[in-house]
Design a protein around this ligand. Structure first.
Ligand SMILES: C[S@@+](CC[C@H](N)C(=O)[O-])C[C@H]1O[C@@H](n2cnc3c(N)ncnc32)[C@H](O)[C@@H]1O
Length: 403
């Protein structure tokens, strides 16, 4: 299952639309061919013909058909009613986007695991920002609440764009998680008064490699660059982390599918996955992308397991700590890969000393996915501590007192 998720990441790119074109027959092929000739809906609420109603009922029964509704429920429960209404309208209006609908119908693998609904939501976010459909842009701007009318228009006008967007799995780079990483680094710094080098696994666009360029308010303490446009100020529960300097000697990361902060398409894709109701998150991401365009993070394309092994074999100067960090990454690995990372860390930890300490900082779901923990393991001792329980995006941190 976990392995499948990784395969999906690499295989789903650029192939599904072509497959549909190549294999569509009969009505489905006509849907694809007719997309350009399809009449555009007006701004007023779209009404279904009996044939369309029947098609939709049937569609709800096919695999993936109700994924939009399932995800809408989740979004509403997570306090994102706007996204929920968007997804419900997509569910109703999908016949306006025959290419995308065909793509979803013929999806290989589990559409839920592939986060189809979130891909669609990202496409609509991007379209709203592009101003490709006036009604959609006004809907996202809060000027009206005709979800069905606006989404029907956008689907009809931009079906080909949406289908291309669906080829890419959602990819995020959450800057607020840097607050947790920094709090862990400060904790280690009280034990070893030296700068740390960062090695980030699953770094995405590498935005958190620039963490020393951001400002943080963590409980009662402030750290980082007070002039930074990126401000990470999570709601803090419990005691504050220790006061210590934040000093990064070097920073480097790896990702299977890295995004390039200097590439406008990649930037648009990242921004599209910040939900429409999350203006703070969106602005922070924009500011971090801006910083990354001036200070490009060092991101390698590759598999984290091999990369980590290579990095940890490299000499570590005396008086410099090494910190392996990973945020929302472990869930993408097979059990075997997780074990390999544990073993690689243990082996490197056995070579660590107080002059060359090694840290592992993880911001990850617990195996039962009940909570997100910030964990710090420090070598040479190899001791592990759960520092905090965290919101998945880093909106709040519940700092755990020392035992
Ligand atoms: C949910 S994102 C988290 C990105 C970033 N760490 C953050 O917190 O914003 C997970 C990232 O892990 C990457 N990834 C998954 N498996 C990987 C592997 N085996 N090696 C390297 N990167 C991987 C994905 O491409 C994706 O960018």
């Amino acid at each position: 299952m976990e392995k499948d998720a990784k395969v999906a990441v690499t295989e789903c790119r650029d192939t599904r639309l072509e497959k549909i074109r190549a294999t569509a027959h009969g009505p489905e092929r006509r849907e694809v061919d007719n997309v350009a000739a399809k009449p555009r809906p007006t701004d007023k609420l779209w009404t279904k013909t009996p044939a369309e109603s029947e098609w939709m009922t049937k569609r709800a029964e096919v695999r993936g058909g109700s994924e939009f509704l399932r995800q809408a429920d989740r979004c509403r429960a997570m306090g994102a009613p706007f996204v929920a209404s968007v997804l419900e309208a997509v569910e109703r209006q999908l016949p306006h986007a025959p290419i995308s609908a065909a793509m979803i119908r013929s999806w290989e693998g589990d559409p839920a695991a592939a986060a189809i609904a979130m891909r669609f939501n990202g496409a609509l976010n991007a379209l709203a920002r592009r101003g490709a459909s006036a009604s959609l842009t006004r809907l996202y701007g809060g000027d009206h609440s005709d979800f069905d009318g606006a989404i029907a228009e956008a689907l009809s006008l931009e079906d080909a764009f949406i289908a291309r967007w669906l080829e890419h799995p959602p990819q995020t780079n959450e800057v607020a998680r840097a607050g947790a990483i920094v709090a862990a680094l400060l904790t280690a710094r009280t034990r070893w008064n030296m700068p740390f080098e960062l090695l980030d696994l699953g770094t995405s666009a590498g935005l958190n490699l620039n963490l020393a360029r951001y400002f943080y308010r963590l409980g009662a303490i402030s750290v980082g660059d007070p002039t930074s446009a990126v401000r990470v100020e999570p709601q803090w529960r419990g005691p504050s982390p220790p006061i210590a300097p934040l000093e990064i000697a070097s920073a480097r990361g790896v990702d299977l599918q890295p995004l390039d902060a200097s590439n406008p398409e990649h930037r648009e894709r990242l921004l599209s996955f910040a939900w429409a109701n999350q203006q703070d998150r969106y602005k922070r991401l924009e500011a971090a992308l801006q910083i990354a365009s001036i200070h490009p993070p060092r991101v390698d394309q590759g598999d984290a397991m091999t990369w980590l092994n290579e990095r940890l074999e490299e000499p570590q100067p005396e008086g410099r700590g090494r910190a392996v960090i990973h945020t929302m990454f472990i869930q993408y690995l097979s059990d075997q890969d997780r074990l390999q990372i544990d073993e690689t860390m243990e082996q490197a930890g056995a070579r660590a000393s107080d002059k060359r300490p090694l840290l592992r900082i993880g911001f990850e779901w617990t195996p039962d996915r009940s909570k997100v923990e910030l964990r710090l393991t420090q070598w040479p001792t190899g001791s592990t501590r759960v520092l905090a329980i965290c919101h998945p995006y880093g909106d709040w941190l519940d700092w755990q007192p020392t035992a």
